[in-house]
Design a protein around this ligand. Sequence first.
Ligand code: ZN
Length: 172
Amino acid sequence: MNRTLVLNASYEPLAVISSRRALLLVLNGKAAMLVEGTSRIRSASMDVAEPDVVLLRQYIHVPRRTIPLTRRAVLEMYDYTCAYCFRPGNTLDHVVPRARGGTNTWDNVVVACLRCNNKKADRLLSELGWRLPFDLREPAPNTATLISKRWREPGWDEYTAPWKHFPAELAG
Ligand SMILES: [Zn+2]
């Protein structure tokens, strides 16, 4: 059975459900088809593209739980990708270094490769002329589940891993 990524009206990932269920949401007007899949769902009365990503028309309020900031969670959240050069990385970097008062929080921690991490050391991005091409924030409520690989589909990266879509030349 094929799966469909459901985005909240805010475009935050909300759930992964079967494509047939997702199609019902679209047919009932509860969701909009955002990305069509390659296969089709056929029945006696219809022949439609299977939804790959759908967007809920109404925002569903999800209680915001704090997602513990662990090394593994950060690495998986950013898919082991260096925030500065977009090559594979497996070290954590405090954007504002701890020695300079940076906090150990989701809005200050990224993945870095060893090379960038060494280059950056205890300096601020402004001192290096580097910048982050995405906003740092705590993962959306369901991202904790999302980042476990079972939910990952390459075609969903735009919604689940937006940092991957920035050009590498931004890096220092
Ligand atoms: Zn790097």
